[in-house]
Write a protein that binds this ligand. Structure first.
Ligand code: NDP
Length: 473
């Protein structure tokens, strides 16, 4: 039985995805709340218009698709998706599938999947990464759902997805919210990757006093080495660009207050729920929040002195900085994959770790060559952290000193490097046999009689805290 396709929501992402689907030979019926958008979209679709069926009402839309239907939603995440499901529900029948392709919170996708369990139709959530360009010419697609859904729809996802050396960047992640969860972690890693690049930029601009053109050249050079990635590539491009209005470098006219739509924050919050440490991602989210506090930053500069200051001559060279970024990137991805494996266990998802790295190699924002090695490493890692899987263990051994040197140089002169430094602290902590948590346990027992375990195994779970408030009572 072949599915027939429809798509609701011809905005930036939906319009691009519909054209991508049509281009791969699938006829598709489209509908948009505002009718003119549909007309304009079809009128500008060129020869692809012959595979598009525009419709003016939701009833007409559903009637125009022969069952069994696969209906893709590309509307804003949140209540709009629920409203759209409510409106579709009475019109659909057995075998029909609603596919939410927006940036839904995975918990909403879990809830909607459960709800659809009482209905005749099915509901699945898929994470689509790559922005408009990806949606149009090949995104990375993280599919949530049952194996049966993949059997019926996998050919569509594979056809429209990006290809890395011919391999489709689309795969089944697991049931329910698994696809949207993996997409969320992807975005958390994206935040962290971008933040570490921003820190390297600050070290070059503020620490070394380099101008945008020089910085662009560095990014371009890094993009030919181990850091080769989409984010490094576009960093070179944005550093290279000139403002058509003033003639100044584009970077010099852009306000330093980062926006966010929330998926990085979701990752940090979920990581806390799962009790899995992802400090680099948390630091990246916090850095965006700090960046938005422009008035407070100005006040701080006035009261305590303006930061950052230039690095002393010769304090840091570009090769060391590149090596620091390589180490930081490995630590950040190790945390992201660790979060995925903890979630897999907690939510009973059989998340395919190596496949996740593989479908991130093209189409999505964090695509990079390093993900190709990560896929291979995770294949044989069997639940072990990426930091212990080759070649990453060796790379960390090789570049750790550069990361430390970079962080020290930044700290000494007041250049904030929250992502790189928290990555390093995490790495240091993860190789500490005897941590300082013994004193935390003693404190907890002192004020709350929470008890502790002794290193010698003797069963004496409380301390001789004579003047503890508990002892007094
Ligand atoms: P747009 O704002 O470009 O488009 C939104 C679409 O949803 C429009 O077709 C709009 O219709 C429709 N819509 C809005 N409100 C309603 C409503 N109340 N009822 C029915 N339809 C409505 O958004 P995007 O295409 O950028 O984003 C869509 C989804 O894709 C979001 O979940 C987003 O997070 C996700 N996403 C976006 C990416 C990006 O780079 N932009 C990347 C990955 C995911 P109308 O014309 O009538 O307003």
């Amino acid at each position: 039985e072949t599915m027939n396709f429809g798509l609701i929501g011809l905005g930036t992402m939906g319009g691009a995805l519909a054209l991508n689907i049509a281009e791969h030979g699938f006829p598709i019926t489209v509908y948009n709340r505002t009718g003119e958008v549909t007309e304009h979209f079809t009128a500008n679709a060129g020869e692809l218009a012959q595979r598009l069926t525009p419709t003016a009402t939701l009833e007409e839309f559903v009637a125009a698709i022969k069952p069994p239907r696969a209906i893709i939603l590309m509307v804003p995440a949140g209540p709009v998706v629920d409203a759209q499901i409510d409106a579709l529900a009475p019109l659909l029948g057995p075998g029909d599938v609603i596919i939410d392709a927006g940036n839904a919170n995975y918990a909403d996708t879990e809830r909607r999947t459960c709800r659809a369990g009482d209905e005749e139709f099915d509901f699945i959530g898929i994470g689509v990464s790559g922005g408009e360009e990806g949606a149009r010419h090949g995104p990375s697609i993280m599919v949530g759902g049952q194996p049966g859904h993949w059997q019926r729809l996998g050919h569509l996802f594979e056809a429209i997805s990006a290809k890395y050396e011919g391999v489709p960047c689309a795969a089944l992640m697991g049931q329910g919210g698994a696809g949207h969860f993996v997409k969320m972690v992807h975005n958390g890693i994206e935040y962290a990757d971008m933040q570490m690049i921003a820190e390297a930029y600050s070290l070059m601009r503020d620490g070394m006093g380099q101008d945008s053109t020089r910085i662009a050249r560095v990014f371009e050079q890094w993009n030919r080495g181990p850091l080769a990635s989409y984010l490094i590539e576009i960093s070179g491009k944005v550093a290279r660009a000139t403002d058509p209005i003033t003639g100044a470098p584009m970077l010099d006219v852009i306000r330093d207050a980062a926006g966010q739509k929330g998926t990085g924050r979701w990752t940090a919050i979920e990581a806390q729920h799962l009790a899995v440490p992802v400090p680099v991602i948390e630091a990246a989210v916090a850095a965006r929040n700090i960046s938005a506090r422009t008035d407070e930053r100005a006040k701080g500069a006035e009261v305590f002195g303006q930061m950052p200051r230039a690095l002393p001559e010769g304090a840091l060279d570009l090769e060391t900085l590149e090596r620091a970024l390589i180490a930081g990137k490995i630590l950040c991805y190790a945390q992201g994959f660790e979060m995925l494996s903890v979630a897999a266990e907690k939510f009973f998802w059989d998340l395919p770790m190596a496949t996740i790295a593989r479908i991130w190699r093209a189409g999505c924002i964090i695509r990079s060559d390093m993900l190709n090695d990560m896929a291979t490493a995770l294949e044989g890692a069997e639940g072990e952290s990426l930091i212990h899987a080759e070649p990453f263990r060796s790379l960390l051994q090789e570049h750790e000193a550069a990361l430390r040197e970079t962080v020290i140089a930044a700290m000494r002169t007041g250049i904030a490097v929250p992502a790189l430094s928290s990555g390093l602290s995490w790495f240091d902590a993860m190789r500490t046999r005897r941590s300082s948590a013994n004193i935390i346990q003693a404190q907890r027992d002192f004020f709350g009689a929470h008890s502790f375990q002794r290193l010698d195994g003797v069963d004496a779970p409380h301390g001789p805290w004579g003047d503890s408030p508990l002892a007094e009572g």
